[in-house]
Ligand binder design. Structure first.
Ligand SMILES: C[S@@+](CC[C@H](N)C(=O)[O-])C[C@H]1O[C@@H](n2cnc3c(N)ncnc32)[C@H](O)[C@@H]1O
Length: 283
């Protein structure tokens, strides 16, 4: 079975199986790498990234909604490698890249597209694939439209209950389109808290509220800390965020303090969606 056929079969299994869906939502190793996708970041990235310099930096980021990747390039990153437990993040990245390239839109406008997933059909009709990866993703979304395509989008996208009313980093969509045109996606499906292959070091590593999902699992937290330590350049910075607890919880602080210094930001306690924690290597 080709990769895209496998993906779509797995997507349907997750959707139809409430237990698998629950595992996927908890981001456990049992999730089998398929989960619904946040169509846009649930965080205020402008606030979160405001204290960091991305200029000419090599970045490693969770892929998720793809916002972290687009924003890193927009802020001047030299290269951005990505990872996620969720295979669908890779397919969604290309949908967003095509939206930029062919329609000059940064996010899918779900309100405008009242005809549900038909917007994906319309977009696919405009696409000329530039790589094997794009061809695979094209086939994936083609099959999605035929086999799952729905009016609510809730089969595949995860919508947040609260409002995303924050300023965007990307304020010039043409500039974003031009920046991303020649960039190829470097994506690895992996659990950052697992036993992973570490090939490179990075100046900035972005974890988007991932640590909250394993905050009481000491072995996963410790493996994650060690993975990050090995992959971070001396002098590099890890940007994490908190959306459920709004602050670093004691187990995470305790585990990470063995190898990292930490500071929480911003100091304004009214900020909710952009709260974060930065880890740097202990000297
Ligand atoms: C809770 S979501 C946050 C969404 C994010 N703010 C965004 O912009 O889309 C966390 C993302 O990290 C991924 N993830 C969670 N735990 C992970 C882990 N241990 N290793 C790799 N990716 C993980 C999820 O699949 C999801 O894409």
């Amino acid at each position: 079975m080709e990769k895209y056929e496998h993906d779509i079969v797995k997507t349907m299994e997750i959707i139809d199986d409430s237990q698998k869906d629950e595992y996927a939502n908890l981001f456990t190793s049992k999730s089998e790498g398929y989960s619904r996708i946040y169509p846009k970041s649930n965080e205020d990235l402008k606030t979160l990234f405001s204290g960091f310099d991305f200029e000419d930096k090599n970045v490693l980021s969770v892929l998720a909604s793809s916002d972290q990747v687009f924003c890193s390039y927009y802020l001047g990153a030299r290269s951005v490698d990505t990872f996620d437990l969720n295979f669908l993040a890779e397919h969604y990245y290309y949908l967003r890249k095509w939206l930029l390239e062919y329609k000059l839109e940064y996010y899918p406008d779900f309100k405008k597209y009242s005809s549900g997933s038909l917007w994906i059909r319309e977009l696919l009709d405009m696409v000329e694939c530039q790589s094997v990866e794009e061809e695979i993703t094209y086939k994936y979304w083609n099959l999605y439209n035929k086999k799952i395509g729905d009016f609510s989008h809730k089969t595949i996208f995860k919508f947040c209950d609260y409002d995303f009313s924050y300023d965007l980093i990307v304020d010039d969509v043409s500039k974003m389109r031009d920046l991303i045109k020649d960039k190829s996606l470097n994506f690895t499906q992996m659990d950052i808290t697992g036993n992973i292959k570490k090939r490179k070091k990075y100046d900035v590593i972005i974890l988007s509220n991932i640590l909250e999902y394993c905050s009481y699992e000491l072995d996963r937290l410790e493996r994650c800390r060690d993975n990050l330590f090995d992959m971070l350049e001396d002098g590099g910075e890890i940007i994490t965020s908190h959306l459920m607890d709004f602050a670093t919880i004691p187990t995470e602080s305790y585990v990470f303090s063995a190898k990292f210094d930490a500071w929480e930001f911003p100091s304004d306690s009214n900020v909710l969606l952009g709260r974060g924690c930065c880890y740097t290597k202990k000297k």
